[in-house]
Design a protein around this ligand. Structure first.
Ligand code: TXA
Ligand code: MG
Length: 350
């Protein structure tokens, strides 16, 4: 059953969320919007229900899920302790797109399947009204990964994911296009330091307003080599990558980026190969490629559009997709993290 809300700020149909909440309580899966991307949710306290998520997504068993809560009591029930710094972060950024990794209280509260046997648990309090209401009405924390089959870009609108998830969930709450378009920032707090495990809308610069020392984990921008230890299991897996070959090209100097993109396009053209360039609106006229797509004007727009664009490229008959890089400042870091994965680390920085 699908229910549609074209605008989440409009009055939410209470009965529909109640029906979705009933499915959660009955141990079934619900597709729901958050401010970042859509999630496939199950009762986080019910191991059997959570197992269904792994089956629906084809997700590796060792990749833990984020637990979504709607009030601080839920957090206190799940985690062993909340430090001073964590309190500050919660106050500043919750509800919102920040996932904090905590020590979990005991295996009896949050089952092992959620945390992939780790003694930590990732928690976030979404600000999206539909998500918030769904958790409230379910009365339980909701474990939810991004809504996509593993490896594919995360779903930012129901139309993009309905074909791969149809029949795998009991209820769909359609809240239209999600606000942010990229998954939450995932952080770990240690002593007086924050480690960014996955960049997102809450930027390094914003976190530095709360604590001086903020580090970006090595694997945010670097490939994980075989047998390397990672801070977050999700870093190991292929993500966002279309089947078509992709390449990211970036330079801080605009002309150099344009020249390099045109040079690669030219080489491909000489081999009779077709190129699609996905770039910022204001630069598209400078490219010689036959096929050009607009990724947006601002970083916020790029974040919102990028997963839908990546999902579309396989429908085009092109030999190479060139993605403009956006740099690593602010929201740029999160976008770059997704782009280099989409390219399977095939990128050039001039
Ligand atoms: O915005 C989001 O975070 C979305 C929406 C639905 O909330 N969810 C999402 O979940 O992106 P997922 O499962 O696609 O990504 C969660 C990431 C994975 O890379 C996972 O490895 C990491 O968070 N993670 C979860 N629990 C962790 C833990 N205890 N320690 C380290 N990493 C963890
Ligand atoms: Mg995901």
């Amino acid at each position: 059953m699908i229910s549609r809300y074209s605008d989440q700020t409009k009055k939410i149909k209470e009965e529909e969320i109640e029906e979705a909440a009933r499915e959660i309580k009955n141990g079934n899966l619900v597709l729901f919007p958050t401010e970042t991307v859509y999630g496939i949710g199950a009762n986080a306290l019910d191991a059997e229900a959570v197992k269904k998520i792994f089956i629906a997504k084809g997700r590796a068993q060792d990749n833990p899920l984020i637990v979504h809560i709607s009030n601080i009591q839920m957090l206190e029930d799940i985690v062993a302790n909340i430090g001073v710094l964590e309190h500050k972060l919660i106050e500043k950024f919750w509800p919102g797109p920040l996932t904090v990794i905590f020590q979990r209280k005991s295996k009896e509260v949050i089952p092992n399947v959620v945390t992939a046997n780790l003694d930590t648990v990732g928690i976030r309090m979404p600000s999206n009204l539909i998500a918030k209401e769904l958790i409230e009405k379910s009365g339980v924390p909701i474990a939810a990964p991004s809504a996509n089959v593993s490896g594919k870009p995360s779903g930012t609108k129901v139309e993009d994911i309905i074909s791969e998830l149809d029949g795998k969930v009991a209820y769909i709450l359609d809240g239209g296009l999600t606000d942010i378009g990229l998954e939450s920032t995932v952080i770990k707090v240690e002593n007086n330091k924050i480690d960014i495990l996955r960049p997102g809308k809450i930027t390094k610069e914003q976190l530095e307003q709360v604590v001086e020392e903020v580090e970006i984990d090595k694997h945010v921008l670097e490939k994980v080599e075989q047998n390397e230890v990672v801070s977050s299991p999700g870093m190991k897996y292929r993500h966002y990558a279309p089947n078509t070959k992709c390449m990211m090209i970036y330079s801080k100097v605009e002309e150099e980026m344009i020249d390099k993109i045109n040079e690669v396009t030219n080489q491909m053209k000489q081999e009779n190969k077709k190129v699609l360039v996905i770039g910022k609106q204001e630069r598209l006229d400078s490219y010689i490629a036959d096929e050009k797509w607009n990724m947006g004007k601002t970083l916020e727009e790029v974040a919102k559009n990028i997963f839908t664009l990546l999902r579309k490229v396989d429908k085009e008959q092109v030999d190479l997709v060139i993605l403009e890089g956006v740099g690593e400042k602010g929201l740029g870091l999160a976008i770059t993290n997704r782009l280099i994965r989409a390219c399977a680390y095939n990128y050039i920085v001039v």
